[in-house]
Design a binder for this molecule. Structure first.
Ligand SMILES: Cc1ncc(COP(=O)(O)O)c(C=O)c1O
Length: 489
């Protein structure tokens, strides 16, 4: 008999159950030829004695091997390694197939973006503290609740039979739940065929722009603005016209000037907590933009990614809630209400536009993650999301105020900022005498990550500013981050 006591090593400190450790190691020995087809294994009583385990564990290991087709039970004889092992191994068709197949660059020309690589805000590991550009705190995310709903759906086999082509538009349950949720929270009246669920708001921006723009079209965006949306428009060959953003949002007079000069295909708007400066578009400007959209015949893409986070005043209803005759495409996101690791976004528009959006989305992704979407639908209808947002808003308000106090105390002569009415970041403009690039390098040596201040720069404008994300940091972490920055300066 083979020395199974040395062939099988059990590690009780790891999470993998012991019976699976035994099964895995026996499979390895079969694959390596230590055990061959037709060999008999010791009975479960003997194997348990050799390995000094309970017999039930040996039985479970053999059951696992038998279920996977590695061994078979021979009555009155015991357990035998299968004669015809069903494991398929690829056959070599050319002796030269050894070596790495992808060591050279692509041998034919292919599309190369002429745009600079979109900046990544994810720092390399090794930082003790990270100032992000406005993320929720994953420690608060209602993941237990989502997991409860997710798990309960995994246990319902009929859930898996529901898959149909309609799923490319997002789970019907989620779209139905969104009808009343969106009406209650945003005053937008719509039906399930007016909405598509996407992998985050970013995918909605991409789909909307792809359906609306042709190369050479003109797109109006805020300056400074959300660089990842701008890159989508540029990628599609559109010309970006940058409209200044002041304390009341996009400057309407500048929009009108641009409309008189160019035929505008699309206006991209972030009405609440404009990215990056966090200002909210005033009601007067909302009215004027809607009037201009009608007069100059353009579409408004309203990206309300941050709508759920308001601290001291109520949000304004979106432009999409007004009477605009399908001229406003509304985009929203749950990435901030859940956590940025789970990206669920949505787009609301006229049904004919949504049908084409679904068509386009199917070319990239046949079906979304509808079990996750159903789980989210349950959290929306049972009120869990609303309760979570209330709690998170209370805490984020405290964090926002704490950050502002810390900035006043330790960086008063170095930075300028306006306290945002909502959102997850403070637009922090550093005095030009303190270049963020140098500060970022020094901060990194102290274990603090900040971006280097040029994320929002354009050839015409340089800001030396960053979005100081406060929502993901505890009060102590905020104090610590400001303290390190002050020391670096
Ligand atoms: C203005 C703006 N729009 C869209 C997005 C993308 O949202 P999502 O994470 O849901 O894709 C972001 C991300 O932070 C954003 O800042």
């Amino acid at each position: 008999m083979l020395p199974f006591d040395t062939l099988i090593i059990i590690d009780k400190s790891i999470a993998l159950p012991v019976y699976k450790q035994i099964a895995n190691q026996l499979i390895k020995h079969i694959r390596n030829g230590v055990l061959n087809s037709g060999n008999l294994l010791p009975g479960t009583r003997v194997m348990a004695a050799i390995l000094k385990l309970h017999r039930k564990t040996a039985i479970a290991a053999y059951d696992e091997l038998s279920a996977q087709g590695w061994i078979t039970v021979i009555p009155r004889k015991g357990f035998m390694v299968e004669q015809n092992l069903s494991e398929f191994r690829p056959r070599k068709w050319d002796e030269r197939t050894a070596g790495y197949s992808y060591n050279s660059a692509m041998p034919v020309p292919f599309y190369q973006s002429q745009l600079p690589a979109a900046p990544s805000l994810t720092p390399s590991p090794g930082f003790d503290l990270i100032i992000d550009d406005g993320h929720p705190d994953p420690r608060l995310a209602p993941l237990q609740l989502l997991n409860r709903e997710y798990q309960s759906r995994l246990k319902q086999p009929q859930a898996f039979r529901r898959i149909s082509s309609a799923m490319s538009q997002g789970s019907p349950k989620l779209r139905e739940a969104m009808v009343s949720y969106i009406a209650d929270t945003r005053g937008i009246k719509m039906q399930p065929d007016h909405i598509i669920i996407t992998d985050g708001a970013q995918m909605s921006i991409y789909i909307a722009a792809s359906l609306l723009l042709k190369p050479g079209d003109h797109v109006l965006v805020g300056e400074p603005g959300y660089y990842l949306a701008n890159q989508v428009f540029e990628q599609l060959g559109a010309h970006i016209i940058r409209i200044p953003v002041d304390e009341n949002g996009l400057v309407a007079d500048a929009v009108e000037d641009a409309c008189r000069k160019y035929k505008i295909g699309l206006l991209y708007l972030i009405p609440h907590h404009h990215h990056p400066t966090t200002v909210t578009l005033s009601p007067e400007r909302r009215m004027r933009l809607l009037e201009m959209a009608e007069k100059f015949n353009f579409i408004i893409v309203e990206d309300d990614y941050d709508y759920d986070f308001h601290y001291t005043s109520s949000p304004y209803l979106p432009l999409a809630a007004g009477n605009h005759h399908s001229r406003v495409i509304y985009i929203g996101s749950f990435s901030k209400s859940l956590t940025t690791s789970i990206r669920i976004g949505f787009m609301i528009a006229a049904a004919d536009f949504i049908r084409q959006a679904v068509h386009l989305r199917r070319l990239i992704n046949l079906k979304g993650n509808y079990i996750q979407e159903d789980a989210l639908a349950a959290l929306i209808t049972n009120g869990d999301i609303g309760r979570h947002l209330k709690k998170a808003n209370k805490l984020y308000l405290e964090r926002r105020d704490h950050l502002c106090t810390q900035l006043d105390l330790h960086l008063k002569h170095v930075v300028q900022y306006q306290k945002p009415s909502g959102g997850m970041a403070v637009w922090t403009v550093f005095n030009k005498a303190y270049p963020l690039k140098t500060i970022a390098q020094k901060a990194a040596k102290c274990g603090l990550y900040i971006n280097n201040g040029n994320l929002f720069d354009t050839p015409e404008n340089s800001y030396n500013a960053m979005r100081f994300g406060f929502a993901s940091l505890s009060l102590t972490e905020i104090s610590e981050a400001v303290h390190i920055l002050a020391n670096c300066i």
